[in-house]
Design a protein around this ligand. Structure first.
Ligand code: ATP
Ligand code: MG
Length: 582
């Protein structure tokens, strides 16, 4: 039964029991109907994202609205995007790149990044984006694991991050520079002239649903990043979850603030918005509260998808900054990447007149799995409920068996039943690491969570981050959220440190909001607040002030690094570490 053709709007308006009914009848096969497939058979993400819309009369519509760091603005229509991505596919073909080979990018959020991504997919090659802020080592490590054949980058990034080890990767045949008009030598080529000479005609190479399309490295929050392999079929999930969890509708203006160097910036910063025929905003610049409010207003953003770190920075900048802006076009706001503190949900409601809708997923899941939908009451602090077609559960694992925990609000492993289209197919060259993700019938996420009687899921912490103190399991998220309720706290990171009597004790690192000073009086007030809010068993025994907390490029607090430093242990893989002011 192909229930999915039932209008999405109807599902969104449905009350919760209808919604549950909708979920129970949902079939992923039905979701295929919303896509077209290639004219010659097979399935290709880029066809669904671009060419299909042009063929159906949407060529003039703006696909990408690009805002440069220097405040220029460029609109790229679906027709133009089709031509440019065709050119790029022709450039790759002329260089002898074949289906299945890996094309990497090391670029800021510039149009060439998006053109390279979709042009690569048109050729049937595999796209692998890297954060432009990565240093030479992380870049080299990823390109080695991924057996990069082509890299698209800029002159400066090449000089700073590649030149010193260029000759060590012989299989890296082509380095295309987007901003060099001359042939610059040193084993690089200029993309501009190659693009200018390339034809705008290209027939998308037939790819099958199970052909590899994307290689995405995980954020490296818990250790060495893993190369997650995704296939063309993932587009079914990107498209559908964009509708269901982000409320995307054709014609919307959508802004996902994530960089494609992190999976969110590809699944929801390229594929979901384009396959749903929206106009997507791409901002080249880094976070800036006023700039963001200006973009939301001036670009008349309807749907906004961002991350807890950014929301906390907006909160830190103060709600007064929003005064005078008109956000009346904004219809839906969502957040992903880390637990969203209840404080932030409530702040969103007070500031924008609607809550941030938290949703949960991972590089491995490829798309949103658990979400607060438009039709649901948002419970601040909860990640929401599983999407249609997704079976999630809380289990206790022991050896090769996983036993479901049905008692509400009991902590266990958050697991998923494999079978959704955007599920990873492998960690590249790490079969054993991939195998360890499964116990019995379940995919083990590595996160701990609880489910309440209404079926909402509550994030507790990463398996490795959970603190065992005097027989209690304490989730860092709960402690951090309680600390954030104090007006002085902008962000908090909580870890467990060994303690003779309790096993582990709770220790917190906090960064302050502007206008607050690190002093004894504030410390007393914080300790008092935490004890009152959490009780003496769970409240931190020690609180340390910091300028900010160590985070990954994708904005996640690296608790394992706080802990390693506390215990004088090796720092482990810190290739994705970003801000780290003590
Ligand atoms: P690594 O796997 O390399 O340690 P990572 O898990 O941070 O890095 P990602 O795949 O980018 O890499 O992040 C997924 C993880 O982010 C989830 O497993 C979860 O721990 C966290 N996360 C994402 N969204 C949420 C959310 N809404 N609430 C709580 N945690 C979230
Ligand atoms: Mg992970």
């Amino acid at each position: 039964m192909k229930i999915i053709t039932k209008s999405h709007a109807a599902a969104m308006k449905a009350n919760l029991s209808d919604y549950d009914d909708f979920c129970s009848k949902f079939h992923w096969e039905g979701a295929y109907d919303l896509l077209e497939g290639l004219p010659n058979g097979g399935l290709n993400i880029a066809h669904e994202a671009i060419d299909r819309h042009v063929a159906h009369g949407l060529g003039e519509k703006t696909a990408i609205c690009w805002l440069s760091k220097g405040d220029s603005r460029r609109e790229i229509s679906y027709a133009e995007l089709k031509d440019e991505t065709n050119r790029f596919a022709n450039v790759l073909a002329a260089l002898g790149v074949h289906k299945g080979e890996k094309v990497f990018t090391l670029l800021g959020r510039v149009p060439e990044l998006y053109i390279a991504a979709l042009g690569t997919l048109k050729l049937g090659a595999v796209f692998c984006p890297m954060f432009s802020a990565f240093g030479p080592e992380p870049v080299k490590a990823r390109m080695t694991i991924g057996e990069a054949r082509v890299l698209v980058t800029s002159k400066t990034l090449y000089k700073r991050k590649i030149a010193s080890w260029r000759t060590e990767l012989p299989e890296l045949e082509h380095i295309l520079l987007i901003d060099s008009e001359d042939h610059s030598g040193e084993g690089t080529e200029s993309l501009g002239p190659l693009m200018a000479a390339a034809s705008t005609d290209f027939s998308i190479i037939r790819t099958e649903p199970e052909d590899m399309a994307l290689l995405h490295f995980t954020s490296g929050t818990t250790g060495r990043p893993k190369g997650a392999v995704h296939v063309h079929m993932a587009v079914v999930a990107h498209n559908m979850t964009g509708r269901l969890a982000l409320d995307l509708k054709a014609g919307d203006t959508f802004w996902c603030t994530a960089d494609p160097g992190w999976v969110t910036g590809t699944s929801y910063g390229i594929i979901a918005p384009l396959t749903n025929a929206t106009t997507m905003i791409v901002d080249e610049a880094d976070f800036d509260a006023e700039r963001w409010y200006r973009i939301l207003q001036n670009e008349r953003v309807n749907v906004w998808y961002t991350a807890p770190t950014a929301i906390r920075m907006l909160m830190k900048a103060g709600a007064e900054l929003t005064k005078g802006y008109d956000f009346s076009q904004l219809r839906f706001m969502a957040s992903v990447g880390e637990p969203l503190n209840p404080e932030a949900v409530i702040w969103g409601n007070n500031t924008f007149g609607m809550p941030f809708h938290d949703n949960w997923w991972q590089t491995e899941t490829g798309g949103i799995m658990i979400a607060n939908y438009a039709s649901m009451d948002v419970k601040p602090g909860s990640m929401g409920k599983p999407l249609p077609g997704i079976t999630a559960a809380i289990v206790k694992t022991s050896g090769d068996t996983a036993t479901e925990i049905t008692k509400p609000m009991t902590i266990g492993q958050l697991v998923l039943k494999p079978g959704w289209p955007s599920m990873i197919r492998a960690y590249l060259h790490e079969a054993e690491r991939y195998r360890k993700c499964f116990v019995g019938d379940w995919y083990i996420s590595g996160d701990l969570a609880m489910r309440d009687t209404d079926g909402y899921f509550w994030f507790v912490g990463r398996d490795d981050d959970v603190i065992k103190s005097a027989g209690h399991l304490i989730g860092p998220f709960e402690v951090e959220s309680a600390l954030m309720e104090h007006p002085a706290i902008a962000e908090a990171g909580v870890i467990g440190v060994p303690d003779e009597t309790t096993g582990e004790m709770v220790k917190a690192y906090v960064a302050l909001n502007p206008g607050f000073e690190e002093n004894d009086a504030l410390m007393l007030s914080l300790v008092g607040h935490a004890r009152k809010r959490l009780g003496p068993a769970v409240a931190p025994k020690e609180i340390v002030f910091r300028k900010n907390l160590p985070k990954t490029r994708s904005g996640k607090i690296m608790r394992r690094l706080l802990k390693a430093r506390e215990l004088d242990l090796p720092e482990g893989d810190i290739s994705t570490l970003e801000s780290d002011e003590q």
